[in-house]
Design a protein around this ligand. Structure first.
Ligand SMILES: Cc1cc2nc3c(=O)[nH]c(=O)nc-3n(C[C@H](O)[C@H](O)[C@H](O)COP(=O)(O)OP(=O)(O)OC[C@H]3O[C@@H](n4cnc5c(N)ncnc54)[C@H](O)[C@@H]3O)c2cc1C
Length: 540
């Protein structure tokens, strides 16, 4: 049988993959295939913004576990990642944060030429369809529908959090994303959220589903790419495993809806190959993208030989520079019955720097109007949480192959709190959260602290608690870093070094994760990549 052929083959239909699928297939003269490891069923909780936590550990979650984390006393962490059309944007908490201007200037400074703030700004605006215009740079016509949580009947306790932060001297801002390159992001206020008409507006709704009506776009679910195929140094296609239930989801496994046209071109269970006439674009996320490169012989030669994999290209940085934001949850019981959980459960926040003189916020203090911990929550239903997080971590870890079995999870080492500065900033964040609970603005609500609790006082006790309780902030990034130095993996147009017709487009290419939730920056990267791919360097 002749090998199937498409102009572009995209591996993964997550945040980046769905944006690319939409933008590339907008040209009716090209054919696009998207291979997605997850199944076609979308549980009802995906569409309900308040139900995101019910999806964790469920059938649309890869449910990874890290290797033991030295900075967390040897604990392993749970690392959720979306496994379905829409990827991790089916699980995310819908906070719409672009990042700080210096995040992108720093990328360019590190060799990612053309990715400075001024360069990426138009792409943020292009993706946004925001309801309230807060600055000239707000995007209003893009596919990503965005609302202001403060305009849709927010929980009054979320307002008390903002007032408390103001009482502590922080300014209230109208939009974390549009207050100028230097001051932007610093302050407290309402989140803008990827929610509209009461529904999650992840990339599934914003980009992928609208494009699935096009005859030149094929989405194949339950199709896990196992290897990239090469002719010399030219990537020519993809080998994939068409999985059977229960390795993937059969329609009967998951209540919910089936992604429209997801089965178009479905192939029979087993191993298949597909050819890409122009390019293969790997968009499998910060954990699976480096894994797929390694399985395909792109990586450090020693790491490849260890698993008996022939070297296609010696690119030693594959899997290095992996990192993530880190957070811990304080919980306080409140004096009054809380209104029912609403919107994305996290309507307000505070961004600040841990010390004077830092150009961007490195602490994000998120407020959640439900108990962060279901165990405590069951005994104390009227509980709220403040989640301090380090959003400019200096700790770096890695992704490595556990085995040459393409269906095995890789080894995941985010190296949380591996550097003492990250630990000290977490402690500082916990103290700040306590200051917020202690303000007069919060006093009408505050009853008692449940976690860490009154027994945790000294700096050493706080360090111990932070090591025991810190968790993934779910912003894994950096494992196929963009740049031009020896350890970079892709060039500034996201082409993999040492080979042709292969790009990586997802969170893995970020030299450093931005100073806030990173879905929007990943969508921006994919918007930009679509221009590279469809532009003058097509197929280069
Ligand atoms: C619980 C949670 C809450 C979050 N909250 C927020 C938030 O509020 N705001 C924010 O900005 N960000 C948030 N994030 C982060 C954000 O969702 C992710 O950073 C982003 O979606 C990652 O995009 P990506 O394109 O890099 O990868 P993904 O979206 O993970 O896409 C990768 C896709 O590739 C598929 N895939 C993987 N391997 C293969 C293979 N071999 N073959 C075929 N398919 C494959 C996967 O199944 C997946 O669909 C959150 C994440 C989580 C998990």
């Amino acid at each position: 049988m002749a090998t199937e052929q498409y102009d572009y083959v995209i591996v993964g239909s997550g945040t980046a993959g769905s944006v690319l699928a939409n933008r590339l297939s907008a040209d009716p003269d090209v054919s696009v295939l998207v291979l997605e490891a997850g199944g076609s069923r979308i549980p009802p909780e995906v569409d309900d913004p308040s139900s995101w936590y019910k999806l964790l550990g469920g059938p649309v979650d890869w449910g990874y576990t890290s290797v033991p984390q030295p900075g967390l006393g040897g604990r392993r962490t749970y690392e959720p990642r979306g496994k379905a059309p829409g990827g991790s944007s089916n699980l995310y908490i819908m906070m719409h944060i672009r990042g700080h201007a210096s995040d992108f200037d720093n990328w360019a400074y590190q060799g990612a030429a053309g990715w400075a703030y001024e360069d990426v700004l138009p792409y943020f605006a292009r993706l946004e369809g925001q309801e309230d215009v807060t600055a000239a740079t707000t995007g209003t016509d893009g596919p990503q529908r965005i609302t202001n949580a403060g305009l849709h009947g927010p929980n009054p306790v979320s307002r008390a959090f903002i007032d408390a932060a103001v009482e502590l001297g922080h300014r209230e801002i109208a939009d974390f994303n549009t207050d100028g390159p230097r001051r932007g992001l610093f302050g407290t206020g309402w989140h803008h959220i990827d929610v509209a008409d009461g529904r999650r507006q992840g990339v599934l709704a914003a980009y992928l589903e609208p494009a699935l009506t096009r005859p030149n776009l094929t989405l194949r679910t339950g199709a896990q790419s196992t290897r990239l195929l090469f002719d010399g140094d030219t990537c020519t296609g993809v080998e994939y495993a068409q999985l059977r239930a229960p390795a993937t989801l059969s329609d009967s496994d998951v209540p919910g809806r089936t992604v429209r046209d997801a089965h178009s071109g479905a192939s029979t269970p087993g191993t298949h190959t597909v050819r890409a006439r122009r390019e293969v674009i790997v968009a499998a996320g910060a954990i699976e993208s480096p894994k797929l490169l390694l399985l395909s012989g792109i990586g450090h030669p020693d790491a490849l030989r260890e698993h008996g994999i022939e070297v296609t290209a010696a690119v030693p940085g594959v899997g290095e520079n992996f990192h993530n934001h880190v957070l811990a949850g304080l919980m306080a019981e409140v004096t009054q019955e809380l209104p029912a959980p609403a919107q994305n459960l996290s309507e307000s926040a505070l961004f600040l720097s841990s010390r004077p003189g830092l150009p961007a916020p490195d602490l994000q203090i998120a407020f959640v109007h439900v108990p962060f911990d279901v165990i405590v929550g069951q005994d104390h239903p009227n509980t709220v949480s403040i989640l301090p997080g380090v959003v400019r971590p200096v700790s770096r870890g890695w992704i490595r192959l556990a085995s040459a079995d393409p269906l095995a999870h890789p080894l995941i080492h985010p190296n949380y709190l591996g550097d003492r500065w990250d630990l000290e900033r977490m402690v500082q964040g916990v103290k700040l959260a306590r200051e917020i609970f202690a303000t007069s603005a919060f006093s009408p609500w505050y009853k008692q602290e449940l976690q860490p609790g009154p027994g945790t006082v000294s700096d050493e006790e706080l360090r111990t608690w932070v090591r025991q309780k810190s968790e993934s902030y779910h912003h894994q990034a950096g494992s196929c870093r963009m740049g031009i130095d020896d350890l970079s993996v892709v060039d500034p147009e996201l082409r993999v070094h040492g080979v042709r017709n292969l790009r990586v487009v997802d969170a893995s290419v970020m030299p450093a994760v931005p100073s806030g939730n990173c879905h929007t920056a990943i969508a921006m990267i994919a918007e930009r990549a679509a221009d590279f791919i469809g532009g003058p360097n097509r197929g280069a």
